[in-house]
Ligand binder design. Sequence first.
Ligand code: NAD
Length: 388
Amino acid sequence: MAKELRVGMIGYGFMGRAHSNAYKRLNDFFPVQHRPVLKAVCARNETKARAFAKVWGYERVETDWKKLVAADDIDLIDIGSPNNTHAEIAIAAARRGKMVVCEKPLAMDVAEAEKMVKAVEKAGVPNMVWFNYRRVPAIALAKQIVDEGRIGRAFHYRATYLQDWTIAEDVPQGGAALWRLDADVAGSGVTGDLLAHSIDTAMWLNGAITRVTAATRTFVKQRLHQETGKVQPVNIDDACMFLAEFDNGSIGTFESTRYARGRKNFNTFELNGADGSVYFDLEEPEYLQFFEYKQKQSGKKTESHLTGWRKIHTTNSEHPYMKHYWVPGTCIGYEHTFLNALADFVMGLESGKPTQPDFRNALQTQRVCDAVLKSAKTGKWEKTGVKL
Ligand SMILES: NC(=O)c1ccc[n+]([C@@H]2O[C@H](COP(=O)([O-])OP(=O)(O)OC[C@H]3O[C@@H](n4cnc5c(N)ncnc54)[C@H](O)[C@@H]3O)[C@@H](O)[C@H]2O)c1
């Protein structure tokens, strides 16, 4: 028997679209009992919200998220609005007994994130953070390979997340789409926006990051603010590099910028262990590269002239998520990472085994982000306090 999952979506931007697509397609691909119903979308601009509701099939529009959160016909609040709105909305939604799924970074800082964790746990409401890259089949396969013990003792983790869209000095800050350059709305620059993804993936694969030392840069020091009409200081980090120590004894490097000319969404990682390595590049998202070190194969010495990296095309039905889609050799896309995340969330509701990352897990990523930003100021190694 289908059970309605009545969705209240906040924000009609990039993530509003990505999430709406996931709700609409869930029952086409995953055999779950819940059936999402697109009840209402909320944004401050009513005309634009109405246009969005018409395209995506939402039943109604709200312009005040407080009304949406209080509505009796909503089961789940989905927060796809800028970072400075996450905490207040999530806490209010939890108090109203709604399930809450929230975009990353969870909050503006650890203090806010802790309040959000407390609110959802006190209310006992299901919750999730949309760290969608965990749901790329190739990245989920990397996790499987690590969990199978095929990497062995980990030594190195290496992540990059590079873009180039803020190089021009006349890109304004603030307001629609450009809120990411305004520290009051975004909390931080590339650290919260891009490295939060890299950190979430890293700790999922390789365990807790315990200490960091970081350097950040703001290359363009002032920009026109779209909302105030004034040229104002830029307070976000345009670039961030940090070194990390993991609880398992391995060490890591993380680099992110919006000033890498030619790089649009260049998101890579490599993990090197004693017995093997994995490498992923989001520009070839269906591939996981895997190197397996073996001295002997079936009792015989390994033929070392035949050893090398395997480039695994993760499209077989045995690969994570792929049995829900097409025949081997055919790919899925960016939008499916959100569909896979939603499916995991709903399967968690139905099995009673909540999916990860929930708010408490995403709080650990927030701890690393805060420690990185702190270290960039103090110039010292900073402990993260991560508890996994
Ligand atoms: N998981 C990912 O890969 C990923 C990718 C992009 C963005 N994000 C995250 O998603 C969130 C939204 O980013 P985006 O790119 O969709 O932004 P966006 O600028 O495209 O859209 C933001 C939306 O929020 C609405 N909004 C702003 N303030 C509001 C308020 N007070 N009440 C109601 N609606 C409000 C805007 O009208 C707009 O519809 C951010 O937290 C961002 O970090 C995550």
